[in-house]
Design a protein around this ligand. Structure first.
Ligand code: EPS
Length: 346
C-alpha cells in the first residue's frame, strides 16, 4: 500500500511530505520533481506569493545514490514567506473558504489558525509526491497529462485569459474546468469487490480533496444522463495485434471500478477562489456584527495550477493501484509480474 502524509502551514517554515510504499530500485531525479513544482506555480492569474516562492524539494530520506530504498521518502519544500507568527488576526470569515466552519469546529479565537493549513499551499506536497509517483509509472509507460477546458465558461486560450483579466480588473476571481488524461494504463487496476477498491471512486476522492474542486466526472460523466444505453456504451472488438479494444471511450477508461485499458479521462470543476478583493458580506466572529469578509493576498484564477495538482493526485492513486496489482517491494519483481500479466491477457 502506498501512503502519503503532508504537514506544514502556508506561512510556516516548510511544507513536508512523506511517501511510503514506493518499491526499492527506482531511480529518482530531483530535477523532475522541481519541474513539476514549477508547473504548479505558473499560469496566468496567480497572485504575488508565487513571485516570492521558488518551490524546490529537498530529499531527506528514502534514497541512496538517487535510488529508492523502499523506505519512506521525505520531501521538504521551504517557505520563503514564513511570517506565520507576525501575521494579523483574521476575524471576518470569507464565504466559500474553510474559515467559518473551521473556526467553529476547532474553537479558535483567530481565523488565521484555520486558513494557514486550509490553504492550497499544501498542494505543493501533493505535487512533490505525485512527481515521485509519475517517475514510478513512467517505468511502465503510464503517462499523465492535463489541460484546462474552461475558465469562466470560456474555452479558447485567448478568451480564458481575457476572463481572468476581467476578473483582475473587477477585483473578482474566476474558476473553470480541467481535464486529466492517463495513457498506457493496463487493464485490471482497481476492483469491484469493495467500494473502497474501485479505481473511479479512489480517483474521485483524491481529486475532490484538492482545495476548490466542487465536481468530478469520468468519461462522458453527466453526458450519460441524456442518452440511451445503445448510444453510449463502448462496443468491444478484438484484433491480433491490438488484443481487446474499443472504438469509443465514453467510460473514460474505467468499467466496474477497474481500468479497462483505454485512456482514463477525468474532468473536475474548480470554483472561483474565495478571497475577493471586493469582499462579500460576512460577520465579525468576535462581535457577531456585520462586517465585510477578510481580504488576504491571493490569486485570481488557479485552474491551470489545479490541473497540475489533479495530475499529481491521480498519479498517487494510479501508482497505489499499480503496486496492489503487481507487487510492492522491488521494481525488478514488479516489472516481471507486469510482463507476465500482459502476456497472459493478450
Ligand atoms: C498558494 C499560496 C497562497 C495562495 C493560495 C495558494 O499564498 P498566500 O496566501 O501567502 O498569498 O496564493 O492559497 C489559496 C488560494 C487559498 O485559498 O488559501 C500556493 O502555494 O499555491
Amino acid at each position: 500500500m502506498l501512503r502519503q502524509l503532508s504537514a506544514g502551514e502556508s506561512h510556516g517554515k516548510a511544507i513536508v511530505a512523506i511517501l511510503e510504499g514506493l518499491p526499492a530500485g527506482l531511480r529518482v531525479g530531483l530535477d523532475f520533481v522541481n519541474k513539476e513544482l514549477k508547473r504548479r506555480q505558473s499560469g496566468f492569474g496567480r497572485g504575488k506569493r508565487m513571485q516570492i516562492e521558488n518551490d524546490r524539494a529537498q530529499l531527506l530520506s528514502g534514497l541512496k545514490n538517487n535510488t529508492t530504498l523502499g523506505s519512506p521518502i521525505t520531501l521538504l519544500i521551504q517557505n520563503k514567506d514564513s511570517s506565520i507568527e507576525r501575521l494579523p488576526k483574521v476575524l471576518s470569515p470569507r464565504p466559500g473558504h474553510a474559515d467559518l466552519a473551521g473556526f467553529l469546529k476547532y474553537g479558535f479565537s483567530d481565523i488565521r489558525e484555520v486558513l494557514e493549513r486550509a490553504s492550497a499551499r499544501s498542494t505543493a506536497a501533493t505535487v512533490a509526491v505525485g512527481a515521485l509517483c509519475k517517475i514510478f509509472l513512467n517505468e511502465f509507460k503510464v503517462k499523465i497529462n492535463s489541460r484546462v477546458l474552461l475558465v469562466g465558461g470560456e474555452n479558447s486560450p485567448l478568451a480564458r485569459q481575457a476572463k481572468i483579466s476581467e476578473a483582475i480588473k473587477n477585483k473578482d476571481t474566476v474558476g473553470g474546468v480541467l481535464e486529466v488524461a492517463i495513457k498506457g494504463v493496463p487493464v485490471g487496476l482497481g476492483s469491484y469487490v469493495q467500494p473502497d477498491k474501485r479505481l473511479d471512486g479512489r480517483l474521485a476522492q483524491a481529486v475532490m480533496s484538492i482545495p476548490g474542486i466542487k465536481a468530478i466526472e469520468i468519461g462522458l460523466g453527466y453526458g450519460y444522463a441524456i442518452s440511451f444505453g445503445s448510444e453510449v456504451h463502448d462496443a468491444i472488438y478484438h484484433s491480433r495485434d491490438k488484443g481487446y479494444f474499443r472504438k469509443t471511450n465514453n467510460a473514460g477508461g474505467i468499467e466496474g471500478g477497474i481500468s479497462n485499458g483505454e485512456d482514463i479521462i477525468l474532468r473536475a470543476c474548480m470554483k472561483p477562489i474565495c478571497t475577493l478583493m471586493r469582499p462579500l458580506a460576512s460577520v465579525n466572529v468576535h462581535t457577531a456584527k456585520a462586517a465585510l469578509a477578510a481580504v488576504e493576498r491571493s490569486d485570481t484564477s488557479v485552474v491551470s495550477a489545479a490541473a497540475v495538482v489533479a495530475e499529481s493526485a491521480a498519479a498517487f492513486v494510479l501508482a497505489d493501484a499499480f503496486l496492489e496489482k503487481f507487487g510492492q517491494d522491488s521494481l525488478r519483481d514488479i516489472k516481471e509480474n507486469h510482463r507476465n500479466y500482459l502476456k497472459r491477457i493478450r
